[in-house]
Write a protein that binds this ligand. Structure first.
Ligand code: ATR
Length: 273
């Protein structure tokens, strides 16, 4: 039987993951199928177990199940433990093994595809929800000089910074409200808020972008108000499509032990958009 994988989420109908993994499988000559697995709220564990018992080998987990996936695992990678969330499940010898490839997907897209260095950079991370939580560990591992977490609800930014304090090393990890950013400049600004999904953005005071700065929105396929604002203020802009493909490539590597090329897949998805 062909090895079966899927993306589980709610909603999942518009996920690009099947296209991405089909392209990876073609390129690397791996025999596998990858489908969408819609899941009702409250039925996550039962749906995962039914997929596994039917011969499934692994799942990507998307909104809103990444924390339930974390709880369901019998083993977790170090990066899943740090993120407190799981986006990649593997079914190995009766174990449910959890990993998180979101953060490394973001840092690879920034450093390898966009060729923007994070070591020594001054980074502003907007938002303190699940998306920020998932990427903060890998961002700190790149050793920026400073990383400021700005959020509407300051207490959430403080809790996030406190949780990751031990991994900050020499990085100045601090929090801020949006208004307090006035007069400050950053070389990399990452929007991990969900505001763009509602055509909104945090109230950011210019000038925020240092000359040559990168503005990155983790939302993909959308010219968000944040990216429009960044472009107006002279930043280089990128949406989260590269991150999506890079996190998929890392999941593919976890499952298959083979690392697919990502540039052709990013180009294919951009051409279709
Ligand atoms: P996710 O898992 O996508 O991060 P979340 O946990 O609900 O979702 O977090 C959403 C993040 O976007 C939060 O940081 C939220 O700010 P609050 O913590 O203050 O709620 C932020 N956010 C959403 N809409 C926003 C808006 N219009 N302006 C600023 N921040 C916004």
């Amino acid at each position: 039987m062909t090895d079966a994988y899927a993306v589980i989420g709610n909603p999942v109908a518009h996920s690009k993951s099947p296209q991405i993994h089909a392209a990876f499988a073609r390129e690397t000559g791996q025999a596998m199928v990858y489908t969408r697995l819609p899941c009702e709220l409250g039925k996550f564990a039962a749906t995962v177990r039914a997929f596994r018992d039917g011969g499934g080998r692994g799942l990507n987990v998307t909104v809103p199940f990444k924390h339930e996936a974390y709880a369901l695992c019998t083993q977790r990678s170090a990066r899943a433990e740090v993120a407190g969330a799981v986006n990649t499940l593997s079914f190995n010898n009766g174990e449910i093994v959890g990993d998180n490839t979101d953060g490394v997907g973001l840092t690879r897209d920034i450093t390898r595809n966009l060729r923007v260095g994070l070591r020594g950079a001054s980074v502003l991370l907007l938002g303190a929800g699940g998306a920020s939580f998932g990427v903060l560990g890998p961002l700190l591992a790149e050793a920026p000089a400073q990383l400021i977490i700005a959020n509407r609800t300051l207490g959430k930014a403080q809790a996030l910074a406190a949780r990751f304090a031990a991994q900050a090393g020499a990085c100045n990890l601090a929090v801020s409200g949006f208004a307090e950013l006035r007069g400050r400049q950053f070389s990399v600004v990452i929007n991990a808020t969900s505001a763009g999904l509602n055509d909104d953005m945090p109230p950011l005071p210019p000038p925020l972008f240092a000359p040559g700065a990168l503005a990155y929105d983790m939302v993909y396929g959308k010219d968000t108000p944040f990216l429009q604002f960044a472009q107006t203020h002279g930043a280089t802009v990128a949406d989260g499509l590269g991150m999506l493909v890079e996190q998929a490539a890392e999941s593919f590597f976890v499952w298959r032990g083979v690392r697919p090329g990502t540039a052709p897949v990013i180009a294919m998805l951009r051409a279709k958009a």
